[in-house]
Design a protein. Sequence first.
Length: 187
Amino acid sequence: MIAQVQTAERSRTYDIVYIGMFVVVMAICSWISIPMAVPFTLQTFGVFMAVLVLGGKRGTLAVLVYILAGAIGIPVFSGFKGGAGALLGSTGGYILGFLFTALVMWAIEKFFGNKPVVTIISMLVGLLVCYAFGTAWFMVVYARANGPVGLMTALGWCVFPFIIPDLVKIALAYVLSGQIRKVVQIH
């Protein structure tokens, strides 16, 4: 009985450490800005890595803690931003969409397993859900401040420039997470 309690406590401790590590990974990924015509960060890469390395439950919890850390003002978002203003602004829907990405990946993993094709599909579907939520949010916030914006215009500003970089992030996350899982045994 004592051994079971100790094992359960050690498991919870590992969970907390792993989740905390990936909150930091996501924060670092958000601070890395790659200059292009439209600069992009590695935030979605961090989200994909969290779920792929930690699994659905812990990965989703890491994303939730990351968002909550930013919401209370810790500068974990791109541009070293944090606080409610970052979440309530025009791009806050994409940050909140990271949680939906993780939930979608977790659900697909749970129902269809973690075969390579399923894992890649889960990332693609998760990314589409993030795009949809974030773009709808952007359109509402933008319309309140500046007047209505069309869907194609919003997609042109917020989604189309990021599709290829996000596909590259998916490929990198898939490959790197597999390598990490081979080297580091996550309990």
